[in-house]
Every structure is written in C-alpha cells, then in structure tokens.
Ligand binder design. Structure first.
Ligand code: UTP
Length: 290
C-alpha cells in the first residue's frame, strides 16, 4: 500500500519555549526566512504525499492562515506591483491539500494522532512532529517512504544519542536488519530511567504507521506525564506485527527546544544560498572573540 496522507500534530502547549510561545505557536517561530512548520510541509510535498492533516488546538490558527490564500494581502501586493512576493505567497498557499482537525485538550501526542483517525481512514499514513526538523540531502520522509514500499510495516525514525541522554526520549531496542540502517523493533520504552536500557536509539519526530495503531491508541491509558503516549500504543502495535526502526540520513533539530532552535537557525542559515557565506564569516568572527 502507498502512503498518501501525513498527520502533523501541532496542538502541544510549547511550554519549553515560553514566554516566546505564549501568543505565537512554536511551529510559527522563524528559521532564517520561514516558519518551522513550512520546512516540514515542504518535506512532505518533496516526498510525494498528497494530503496533510494538521491536528491543531486553540491559539494555533496562525498555522492554518500561513498556508491559506490571503485575498486582501494579494490585492495589496498587486497594487504595489510586488509581483515576486505575491508569487511566493501564492506558492505557499498552493503547496498541498490541507485539512485540520481539532484536539480539544492537550492529552498527549498519542491522543493528538488518534484525533485524526476519521480523516486518515483505513490506510497507512506518515506522522511528522510540527517542531522536529531534519536537514539532509534526501528528505527524511522520502527515505522512510522508500523503506515502507518494501517493508509494508510501521517504521519509526531513530537517531543515536549519548547514553546519558536516553531518559529524555522514547527508546527502541532492536536487532540489526540487512543494510545496517534498519532494525527490527524488539522493545520500546518512553523516557527510560537511567540504567534500564542498553540501547541508544532514540525515536525522533517521523513515523510511518498503519491504521491498526488507532485500535491501540483508543485503548491506551495515560502514561508518562499523565499523557496518552504514542510510544505505549506503538509497543502494543509491535506486539501484533513487525515494526522497524530506521536510522535516517541527515541531522535532526528539535526546534521546540531553545538550544535546538538556535542550532537549527545556524544550520539552515549556513546552507542558505544568499546568506550562508556571510553568516559563516560572522560565526568565525564571533568564535575569535570567545
Ligand atoms: P512536545 O513533546 O514537543 O510537547 O510534543 P509540547 O506540549 O508541544 O511542548 P512542551 O514540551 O510543552 O514544550 C511533540 C509534538 O506533539 C504535539 C506537539 O504540538 C508537538 O508537535 N502535541 C503534543 C500535540 O499535538 N498534542 C498534545 O497533546 C501534545
């Protein structure tokens, strides 16, 4: 089966980034010249997916507006003869078909995905977290879709993290599959206490899931932090079929975290066609002062 839909949960409170996120969704914070969420939507588009389902909440309408057509702004730009700006905004509003569903309470990532079940229907789908960026030559989603074409089972994207940081992540214990980058999942644990796992494979914000995950999400009780955890439902799903962990090619940035956000700005800025060279020169200058 082909993956045609991507769910992007953006209903979280963003408490790690307060006070910046009091009135602005963290997904709308700018990385160089566009909001974080636009990079994620562009990754989905570049990977060949047809439809995006945003899981939103109160106070997140700026995200939907960003991808909408703004009749008034378009008229003003035409009047002022700002054609290339108008074209760019037009491109953003025509990127892909977007549907929104509302998560009424921030009950956790698992609950956010469950909220999208009626729009996803009975087909495999991709999940991309709205604050997780992956920078690389081939979009991370595309890499995973290529794996799914062969495997036809759920896939979670993972990265190796220092062992003293595993308690901050969902951790996968697995066995190596052919090729080295793919692992058959043996066990999953959300934010394991230090010393309780030998694995350093942390789940990041990219998943390909099959619709049977909704059965498990619907019955998952609140876990770590009192939230309905996706990892708990994934563990139940893994017990009923094969599941794979995939070590993607690229670098992941947690743009919902202050330091992760700063690192993302530097990485994307350095790769920017027009700004990269000057930014690199400025970083060297600053480094000389430290
Ligand atoms: P985070 O763990 O980053 O949570 O969620 P958060 O609440 O947004 O941020 P902090 O930790 O308070 O700073 C990972 C992803 O899941 C979404 C978030 O929007 C983010 O994309 N999410 C989380 C929901 O959509 N609903 C929830 O109830 C929780």
């Amino acid at each position: 089966m082909k993956v045609r839909k991507a769910v992007i949960p953006v209903a979280g409170l963003g408490t790690r980034f307060l006070p910046a996120t009091k009135a602005i969704p963290k997904e709308m914070l700018t990385i160089v010249d566009r909001p974080t969420i636009q990079y994620i939507v562009e990754e989905v588009v570049a990977s060949g997916i047809d439809q995006i389902i945003f899981v939103t909440s109160e106070g997140k309408s700026a995200i939907e507006n960003h991808f909408d057509y703004d009749f008034h702004l378009d008229a003003v730009l035409k009047e002022k003869n700002k054609k290339s700006l108008g074209k760019e905004l037009d491109m953003i509003s025509n990127l892909i078909d977007i549907v929104s569903v509302r998560q009424k309470k921030p009950l956790g990532l698992g609950h956010a995905i469950w909220t999208a079940r009626h729009v996803v229907g009975n087909e495999p789908f991709m999940v991309l977290l709205g604050d997780d960026l992956v920078l690389g030559d081939t979009p991370c989603a595309r890499q995973m879709l290529d794996m799914f074409d062969t495997l036809q089972d759920p896939i979670v994207a993972v990265q190796r993290v220092p062992r003293d940081q595993t308690f901050q992540y969902g951790i996968v214990e697995g066995e190596e599959n052919e090729g080295g980058r793919t692992h058959k999942v043996k066990r999953l644990v959300e934010k394991p206490a230090p010393g309780t796992t030998d694995s350093d494979m942390a789940i990041i914000g990219r998943y390909i899931l099959t619709p049977d995950v909704f059965d498990f999400l619907g019955t998952t009780t609140p876990g770590h932090g009192g939230e309905i955890q996706l990892t708990d439902a994934l563990l139940a799903l893994k017990n009923s079929r094969y599941m794979y962990a995939y070590e993607f090619e690229g670098t992941r940035y947690d743009a919902g975290d202050k330091l992760g956000y700063l690192k993302a700005i530097l990485a994307y800025g350095l790769r920017h066609e027009k700004l990269g060279k000057d930014l690199a020169a400025h970083i060297k200058e600053l480094a000389g002062e430290i």
